[in-house]
Design a protein around this ligand. Structure first.
Ligand code: RIB
Length: 343
């Protein structure tokens, strides 16, 4: 059987994280507890989650994981933090382009200790936008890493330009393409995602906030009087199955757990794992998505028809929940994602 292959096309950021007992009010100056500079970006975090999910033991990796993205040239943070963390997690960085025209993306993150490690994030895209706006070049880099004769998984988020994302979705959702698209609309583009772009997506993974914003895509199919913000997952998921042929819908519900639904009728909820103390929720969603995508890629590599994944989806969601629970107990983004052999 060919090894599972996963290609993450997305962002790489340097995270400047301030830990504070509480957030300052407008006009207020507050003394915070600590500042940390760490590797992040939703794309790179998810690539690391896929890489780490594929190490059942420290010396054996069962999936091939590649990162496609862009950073600023000669960036010491990329050289000292991002690249070593990616590579040390079994992720190929051959598809990461170093650009002389822009800086590496950055994120300013405030982690509020009194609010169970809840975060607020401000992102400056930098090279994640300027280096990812030429779709043909991005596709060429992807095709060099994803073997077209094998079925693989492509993972996309919302931190590269929307136009690029839409073109990539069209390409990878085309039935002629052997790749399966896992799309995590995080963050949701302000202009949303048109319903036709979602057509044929294998996995749509959202948190509660993203799920509400993504109802824009299916707004034409809401019943009169139905309020998008009040839809429960059992009402929302079928809209994506029926009107956009999305095969799997996942909705993470924070500390409660995660909901799953497939177009072939398997639905359920997997509660999150118990956590002693939440210190930082950054990258918990990325950990969930990366772990789930890896389980899905293992299934895809078997060549079995998609409906057969119904038998495996619940255990894949439970495992992704466990990994996310491991992540929230450590500080930082990428560095807090557990290896499979640790959970
Ligand atoms: O999902 C967490 C990530 O969001 C952070 O690492 C930060 O870079 C932002 O992109």
């Amino acid at each position: 059987m060919p090894p599972p292959q996963i290609c993450v096309i997305g962002s790489l950021n340097i995270d400047f994280v301030t830990y504070t007992p509480r957030c300052p009010a407008a006009g207020e100056t507050l003394t915070a507890a600590a500042l940390a500079i760490s590797a992040g970006g939703k794309g790179a975090n998810q690539a690391v989650a896929c890489g780490r999910a594929s190490f059942a033991a420290p010396d054996s990796q069962d999936a091939s994981v590649a990162m496609i993205g862009a950073v600023g040239a000669d960036d010491p943070y990329y050289a000292a933090l991002l690249r070593p963390t990616l590579e040390g997690s079994g992720v190929s960085t051959r598809g990461v382009q170093e650009r002389t025209d822009s800086q590496t993306g950055s994120a300013t993150i405030i982690v509020e200790e009194a609010a169970r490690g809840e975060n607020r994030i401000l992102v400056v895209p930098g090279a994640n936008h300027t280096g990812m706006d030429q779709v043909d070049a991005v596709l060429a880099r992807t095709q060099g890493l994803l073997h077209s004769h094998l079925e693989g998984v492509v993972l996309l988020q919302g931190e590269i330009p929307r136009a690029t994302t839409l073109r990539l979705m069209k390409h990878f959702n085309d039935p002629a393409c052997r790749a399966h698209l896992v799309f995590n609309p995080a963050p949701v583009f302000p202009e949303g995602i048109p319903l036709p772009a979602l057509a044929g997506t294998s996995v749509l993974a959202m948190n509660e906030t993203e799920a509400v914003l993504m109802t824009h895509s299916v707004a034409d199919h809401l019943r009169p009087g139905q309020n998008a913000a009040e839809l429960d997952p059992d009402e929302l998921a079928p809209l994506f199955h029926h009107h956009a042929q999305v095969h799997i819908v996942l909705i993470t519900l924070g500390a409660k757990g995660a909901y799953f639904s497939t177009a072939t009728g398997k639905r359920g909820f997997a509660p999150s794992a118990a956590v002693e103390k939440v210190v930082d929720t950054t990258a918990a969603g990325d950990t969930f998505v990366g772990y789930f995508a890896t389980a899905f890629a293992r299934f895809v590599a078997t060549g079995a028809p998609l409906p057969e994944f119904d038998a495996h989806i619940e255990s894949a969601v439970r495992r992704a929940n466990l990994a996310a629970a491991g992540c929230v107990q450590r500080k930082g983004a990428m560095q807090s994602i557990p290896f499979a052999y640790e959970i």
